[in-house]
Design a protein around this ligand. Sequence first.
Ligand SMILES: *[C@@H]1O[C@H](CO)[C@@H](O)[C@H](O)[C@H]1NC(C)=O
Ligand SMILES: *[C@@H]1O[C@H](CO)[C@@H](O)[C@H](O)[C@H]1NC(C)=O
Length: 400
Amino acid sequence: MPKPTRKADFSLLVLYLIFTCSLFISTSSKSTSYNVLDFGAKPDGRTDCTNAFLSAWKSACGSAKPAGIHVPQGRFLIGRAVTFRGQCANHAISMTIRGTIVAPSQYTFAGNALHWLTFDQVTGLSIHGGVLDAQGSFLWNCKFKATTNCPIGAATLGFTNSEHISVTGLTSLNSQLFHILINGCHNVKMHGVKLMADGNSPNTDGIHVQFSTDVTILKPRIRTGDDCISVGPGTINLWIEDVACGPGHGISIGSLGWNLNEAGVKNVTVIKATFSKTQNGFRIKSWGRPSRGFAQGVHFENATMTDVQNPILIDQNYCPFRNGCPNQASGVKISDVSYKDIHGTSATQIAIKFDCSSQQPCERITLEDVKLTYKNHTPQALCNHAGGSTFGIVQPQSCF
Ligand SMILES: *[C@@H]1O[C@H](CO)[C@@H](O)[C@H](O)[C@H]1NC(C)=O
Ligand SMILES: *[C@@H]1O[C@H](CO)[C@@H](O)[C@H](O)[C@H]1NC(C)=O
């Protein structure tokens, strides 16, 4: 009796070995990995590794097979603005970063470039881990001294005209301007990014999305000086889930409507967010100017606000410095916006403000199960040209 069983065991073992060997061979022949050290990068934080990174990218991008780029531990200086450009010979480049990529302390390093690190026209890229340190404080300090003429600065990481991009577990420290910019992209997934800059740092938005479709942002942790996430014209199908924001200016759609012929924003969902001591919670803003732009189908759900100055805000009379917009109505149409399960504390008396356009009143706003307090009292809601309805308990009572 035992003999046939052993035989069966043995043939199973042989089958198993053949199977795992072939798996091993097929995976090892499937992708090629390029280590930036092999292209001359030095992990010392002083040697400029720009050309080494560009050469590694060239090899990975030129590879007919899926390719990996490996950045080991250590500090790698990238001394100027660089663009990693497609189209590539393969559609599966995986970049694993164990160390830190650091910018020079000289704040003019990016010249007039929009971003320090750009991926342009790339199809199929995943980035895992890594710390990007743009050393932005040198530029902020210049900007704080109003007397000096400072450059605008560069966003840390830009994805432009690209598709099928995934970014997991990346950290960005002290960006000069925005941390991450997604512009003209399709199908971008960000998971667990950490973005940090001083709460007073100028224009350090966390993630800005514009002219892009199907963007998903999961579990970002953002402490910065401007909007945690900002959404510009031409954003369609954006999903944001489980955000921690603060310090920062909250999650903002806008500013919209600077241009007359502007692409609209459609189908934006934000689910599960915590805001701590932020300037805003959920904000939609548009310039007081003629425009054909719009924001349609926006869903905010499940937020906890702690000491937020403007927990729920629509501002269609945005006109800082009264420059190019005073006494004009915004042409941006805002419709189908819902707020559901929003709780916590407002740092000001007016917790809900819908200041819509006299020319394009807000339509179909809904508030459902919203409970906000101000110094343990009921705060106020303020409406101009806003129409909508409420469900469940809404405090402050709505002003529709
Ligand atoms: C809205 O966007 C989500 C992804 O964020 C998508 O799953 C859904 O299908 C979109 N809805 C419409 C009507 O396009
Ligand atoms: C909202 O939050 C509550 C409590 O944290 C949770 O039970 C619920 O599943 C959340 N809803 C969504 C849509 O995430």
